[in-house]
Design a protein around this ligand. Structure first.
Ligand code: MN
Length: 301
């Protein structure tokens, strides 16, 4: 362990609503747009079956990002313009790479007992952000025991254990199941990291962190001490600082307003029962989500 680890910086998430479900949005924040290439972190639930059923997100487009879905509870049906139709359950990973354009819909499975999970976005680098779309479902992911923590590696590598999921930039994402006790999680000091607590409460280097916050761990840190008094769940995210200024607007991650405006027009070209050349068609009983107007002064940050 290094002599001095940088301080843990805890900032509150903000409340938002997605597809009828309240979410705690930990990223982006006004003063922090990205952690590595992670650029969007929505934590939803836990809610019971009645509220879970309200989660119905109709067909909508994405560009320039990957969506990462991870559940603690519930079942979600994913359909996309690549022809994928996949139910995801706790312990499994859905990873959709938008590239130049993809569309998808997500709805709570009719017999889901509740809903609790995260949806994350990863900004794609210039090399792949205009490339082909892709979707992968990983039914099983590798785990590593680190004293009181059992880490499930969603993407990238942690403590020498690597996920088979596609990564386009150096990032890590891991679920930490924390039993009462202590653990030290090894970190790459050339990366920045963040922890989002999903259930219960944890101490990170002695700092209390609970759901509804982003705990930021700056560069230059080779580990973080995790402690819980009762069972808890948290998400560890990290990566090499994303060197490209991003423009995150609606469901798009781009670099310029022109790119965003073009993607918006390409999506709006398809009316209901739509098929667009760029975004294709999604088999879904849900209504297509129309794009808002692109603000005049939009620019990358
Ligand atoms: Mn989406």
């Amino acid at each position: 362990m290094a002599e001095e680890q940088p301080a843990v910086g805890v900032t509150p998430s903000h409340e938002a609503e997605v597809g009828g479900l309240g979410v705690r949005r930990a990223l982006p924040q006004r003063t922090r747009r990205t952690v590595g290439a992670w650029c969007f972190v929505d934590h939803f639930g836990p809610v019971g079956a009645d509220l879970a059923a309200a989660m119905q997100v109709g067909p909508h487009p994405h560009i320039g990002l990957q969506t990462v879905t991870w559940l603690l509870e519930g079942e979600v049906l994913h359909t996309d313009s690549l022809g994928s139709e996949q139910v995801i359950r706790p312990g499994q990973l859905n990873l959709m790479t938008a590239g130049a354009g993809v569309a998808h819909a997500e709805s709570a499975h009719e017999n889901a007992s509740g809903a609790h999970g995260v949806q994350l976005w990863v900004a794609l680098p210039d090399e792949t952000r205009a490339g082909p779309a892709a979707f992968e479902h990983l039914a099983e992911l590798p785990q590593v025991g680190l004293d009181a923590v059992t880490a499930t590696v969603l993407v990238g590598e942690l403590a020498g254990i690597r996920s088979p999921a596609r990564v386009d930039t150096p990032i890590v994402g891991a679920d930490l199941a924390v039993a009462p006790g202590d653990a030290a999680i090894p970190l790459d000091p050339s990366w920045e990291h963040a922890v989002v607590v999903l259930d219960g409460a944890v101490e990170l280097d002695g700092v209390d962190v609970a759901p509804g916050a982003l705990a930021y761990l700056d560069l230059g840190r080779d580990e973080v001490a995790v402690r819980a008094a009762a069972p808890a769940r948290a998400l560890l995210l990290g990566g090499a600082p994303f060197g490209e200024a991003t423009l995150i607007w609606w469901n798009f991650v781009a670099r310029t307003r022109d790119e965003v405006a073009k993607a918006r027009d390409d999506w709006e070209a398809g009316a209901d029962g739509f098929a667009t050349e760029r975004f294709g068609t999604v088999e879904s009983p849900l209504a297509r989500i129309p794009a808002p107007e692109v603000p005049a002064g939009l620019k990358a940050r």
